[in-house]
Design a protein. Structure first.
Length: 253
């Protein structure tokens, strides 16, 4: 494979996955890590990738948001492990918030049948999954349904959250970094996530390794808002260390 062909393949992977890692690309393309670093430098100079710790992201990522079905089809094992670890944070009784997302949806499917819980959701998909469960009292927040994520947003979601107070909010994110905190591409979703944090005694973030070190358009929380971050074992050690040094408690699944 010529250098130009390899660089085009790197760009394709980055746009499909939202991020590429040097070591993973070297294995996949059967070249050295030094070759991949040179390729990433060339792509950065061309203005199509931005170098980050351990890899790179497409420059359009700040405005890039894959659809729900696309996100649900990747990192399946990692998301399932994260959801299983998150289950330990679910109270024996009381109320929780489940944010719209592919990892929180997996947590929804794991909720035990022996606990009577009130579950507040802003996802019609998750509400449909949980609504048939006799032990659960499911409250679906209204509002506009975003096509990208199938999450309800805007005033009809925000008003009820202002009057609710739950034991734990389980949130997803598109990005988490020491510099910018918790971020997502859409300001309307950011507002709902921010309201969820305010409505909860504790906040648990479910984020696979591709979210760490990334920043998006709209910030919805600070690192200090988190009681726990659950990520996967592939997460970069330096990124995890930086988050822990900033005061975030991190558990790997």
């Amino acid at each position: 494979m010529y250098a130009e062909e390899r660089q085009q393949e790197i760009l394709r992977i980055a746009r499909a996955q939202g991020r590429v890692e040097v070591a993973g690309l070297a294995d996949e393309l059967n070249v050295t890590t030094e070759t991949i670093r040179r390729d990433l430098t060339m792509l950065e100079r061309a203005g199509v990738l931005r170098r980050v710790h351990g890899g790179a992201i497409p420059v359009e990522r700040i405005g890039f948001e894959p659809a729900l079905a696309t996100r649900d089809a990747v990192l399946i094992e990692e998301k399932e492990r994260i959801a299983k670890v998150a289950l330990a944070e679910v109270p024996d009784e009381g109320a929780i918030i489940l944010d719209a997302g592919t990892t929180t949806a997996r947590l929804a499917g794991l909720l035990p049948a022996d606990r009577e819980l009130t579950v507040v959701v802003n996802s019609p998909v998750i509400a449909t999954t949980l609504g048939v469960r006799a032990n659960l009292n499911v409250l679906l927040l209204g509002g506009r349904v975003r096509g990208k994520t199938l999450a309800t947003v805007d005033d009809w979601s925000l008003r009820p959250l202002a009057d609710l107070y739950v034991d734990v909010a389980f949130l997803g994110t598109n990005g988490i970094s020491v510099e910018r905190g918790l971020t997502t591409p859409d300001p309307a979703e950011a507002a709902v996530k921010r309201a969820m944090i305010r409505a909860a005694r504790r906040t648990v973030l479910l984020a696979d390794h591709t979210k760490l070190g990334n920043d998006y358009l709209a910030r919805f929380g600070e690192l200090a808002d988190l009681d726990l971050l659950i990520t996967d074992t592939v997460a970069d050690n330096d990124l995890v260390g930086d988050l822990e040094a900033a005061g975030v408690r991190v558990t790997r699944a």
